[in-house]
Design a protein around this ligand. Sequence first.
Ligand code: SAH
Ligand code: SF4
Length: 391
Amino acid sequence: MLRCMALVTAARALSSTARRAAKPSAARPKVLRKKQPPGVFDVGSLDRQALETFVVDDLKQPKFRAKQLREWIYDKGVDDFGNMTNLPAKWRTDMSARGLTVGGTIAGTRAEQVSRRDGTIKRAYELRDGSVIESVLMPYKDGRRTACISSQAGCGMGCTFCATGQMGFTRHLSSAEIFEQASRFSRELRRRGERLSNVVFMGMGEPLANYNNVLEAARRIHDELGVGARHITISTVGLARGIEKLADDPLPVTLAVSLHQADDESRSSIMPVNKRYNLETLLSSINTYQRKTKRRVTFEWAAIQGENDDEQAARKLGKLLKQHSVRDAHVNVIPLNPTKGFSGKKSSNVDTFCRTLQDEFRISATPRVRRGIDIDAGCGQLTTALEEKGA
Ligand code: SAH
Ligand code: SF4
């Protein structure tokens, strides 16, 4: 009975916030209501403005309580209302009784792997509708703490070498589902006196295909988790229209483009998106982006043995970037992470490839170590492993 009342109160609180919210950003609980189970309302899914409206209009508390709540959740990493000691005791118990939670779009952790080599943590989360997504936290020796998060469940882009692409598309993630992946890691780090410093959209999915939700989550990662905009990287398969849109976005995030091949025929054979936006169109969108933003663009290159990893391939890439006047390009070269549905092998020629780009074209190129090499840390690989085990 008590539980039923709590459910009704929470549902009322939601409808009231949705009705009275004044600003467009504050109207989001309508969407959230659809995604969350009855009786659970995730205050972590409200941005600054919406949380304030909720606290004042629905919880009948003064505005400063919203600030206090935010400090507990985002600065101190506390997610249990009972431990928010400067809030009135009655209000704390009321909030839990009303079915309010901090976080709630993620139903649970299906699997977690921690690398003994480098401390990388990889998680497969189950969402409320049963979809499974992946998030990774990478600690670096220089103090950086980088979260790699998903923007979609599965992906419809069909890159042949990618475990997520091999799964196909399930659905877009909501901005709250995207934000919660980062805020979970952020809270865990805050609790041990550390902070999340970087976020990369390199988990499952194509972020620019889910543009609005990704950008809204990125804004909250910047505003509420305190991650610098330049330290938020959106990696795209090459959706040219999305790149042009990003050039006009007020949030100055970093753009990474997954290239992997430097001629249309080879690129189309492993990345079907290239038939829609060929290299000419893609590089012209990058020119527009750079003209407007003056920001550096990073290129991702998954080095596949004998396919795109020799000096000739490096020269082809160097020429392509020079011909299209890409300014201040940086190339990240990562040996292919072998996947079940792709016959390509991981390259052992990464250093020569990088040196050719640097020496002959003055293009900066860095061989990247695959983080979490002893766990299934490739995008989509933990989920594939779970499916194989029938977990
Ligand atoms: N959809 C976006 C972001 C997610 S994929 C994109 O494609 O950019 C993140 C990165 O992992 C991309 O650069 C992608 O090409 C790369 N990737 C995917 N599968 C890989 C594999 N098996 N080995 C190495 N890199 C891979
Ligand atoms: Fe999708 Fe990126 Fe994987 Fe391609 S590499 S299938 S775009 S997640």
